[in-house]
Design a protein. Sequence first.
Length: 209
Amino acid sequence: MHTYNITTIQLVFFIAVPIVVLTLLFFFIFIPLRKRYIKKNYDEYYYRTIHRIVTNEDYYLINRFLFKVDDSRTGTIDHILFGDKYIYIISSKYYDGDLIGKQYDKSLILINSKGKKCYVNNPFLENKLLLERLSMNTDVDSQLMIGIVLVNKNVNINVTNESKQYYAIQVNKLPQLIKAIESREIPTINETQLARAVKVFDKLNRRRD
């Protein structure tokens, strides 16, 4: 009968190898697959955070809002959230890289993980156009609206922005932003006015057609 004595080094080896293998699998398989899934299903991914805010604060929400911008164009707003003091016009974007530029630049620079640069449409300007057109079509004061571009949480946003009305923010920071804006020292929207605004928006939504 043979007996085998496992040395401390062998024991450490037997424990360490599976841990190393699992770690490598996590970084090279799970993380890329998760990233691909979020990119493909980013609307659903962002919606979870928005739905949590709506549920916790008892806000009203319209998803996938379509409206006529002019005779030839239809605008799409991913989410319209009706808060106590403001109406939030939310556009969701997924970026494979970090954003650099200024709020009113025609384009922003996108730098991917390999350092490669390219130009992308400025989401601030796109969101601003939608907000202004929506205000015109509904007769709701644009000052009661806040434009938010919601991006994936691994994006660094190095965009100069001094506006108190237009924002670009990672999805995980949205609850704090909404809370901060709603804490501004202004009156809440009258309940009757809010109900009327919701009705006007709902009627204008071409998704119902």
